[in-house]
Design a protein around this ligand. Structure first.
Ligand SMILES: [Zn+2]
Length: 284
């Protein structure tokens, strides 16, 4: 967990000098790691939610991997090592190979939508998003009532909106996975790897599935913010404030969003503004 948090903070880091300069002229609003009361509970809930959704999505995804067959794509990569050199022609050739391999991998991954585990994978994604929305709403209720605990979100059954969002999320994850597999195949082929080595590397990328877990974490954060905002609206909040994590890892985009507070509810920038964004909203 500590390790994961550090990785997140690094990923959230914008230009440090800029962030540091901003910090000197405006007080931080939230200090992650030193949170108390409602916000500590809300952030703990959000972290737990994200970890659960990632774990469940990864398990459902890995159950599908037995049905992936990349043998022909791996052979294609092994037979077409990218040209060395830094000239324009070599660069264009590598770019073309990357695109062709990514398209070929994506075509194989898309076949998974006919696999027995696919419906279950989509259902896991949808219920993760529904849970995030419900917990966001419960967190919004806790913030507006200054409660120390977040009432457990209803074990929300996914609606049509979540089903569509899960489908889009799966499509985005497959695209990201295909591009990552293609990059690994290309790099391996450039190093003269054998087909067996390339196949192993591709399997490793698919099993680790970083593009999937990142996409899930981002989608969960979007659903959480949507739930939070709906609770603030129900409470009657007229304006909302964009709240950064209040440390030097806050990126310039999020710091600028906080500087422009408050916002009408309809036009507030909704976190996450980027992957691994740790920002949130509260009534202004
Ligand atoms: Zn942010």
């Amino acid at each position: 967990m500590g390790h994961q948090r550090n990785a997140r903070e690094r990923a959230d880091a914008g230009p440090l000098e800029l962030a540091a300069a901003r910090m000197t002229r405006r007080p931080p609003t939230l200090r992650l790691g030193q949170l108390t009361g409602t916000w500590a509970t809300v952030y703990a809930e959000r972290d737990r939610l994200e970890a659960d959704a990632d774990r469940d999505a990864l398990a459902a995804w890995r159950a599908l991997l037995g049905d992936v067959d990349l043998a022909d794509v791996v052979a294609l990569a092994a037979e077409n090592p990218p040209p060395p050199g830094s000239d324009e022609q070599a660069r264009l050739r590598r770019q073309h190979l990357q695109q062709a391999l990514a398209a070929a991998v994506l075509a194989r991954l898309t076949l998974l939508s006919r696999a027995p585990g696919w419906a279950r994978f989509l259902a896991v994604l949808a219920s993760g998003l529904a849970g995030a929305n419900a917990t966001g709403a419960a967190s919004g209720d806790a913030v507006t009532s200054s409660a120390d605990t977040v009432a457990a979100g209803q074990p929300a059954a996914p609606g049509a909106g979540e089903d569509v969002a899960a489908y889009l999320l799966a499509a985005q994850a497959l695209k990201g996975l295909a591009a990552t597999v293609a990059r690994v195949l290309l790099a391996g082929a450039a190093d003269g790897a054998t087909s067996a080595q390339l196949a192993k590397a591709a399997r490793g990328v698919l099993a680790e599935a970083l593009p999937l877990t990142l996409a899930v974490a981002t989608a969960v954060a979007v659903a959480f913010t949507a739930g939070l905002t709906s609770a603030y609206l129900a409470f009657g909040a007229g304006e909302l404030a964009f709240i950064t994590a209040g440390d030097t890892n806050v990126c310039a985009t999020c710091a600028a969003a906080e500087d422009a507070n408050p916002y009408p509810v309809a036009s507030v920038p909704a976190p996450p503004l980027h992957p691994n964004c740790r920002c949130t909203l509260q009534p202004a």
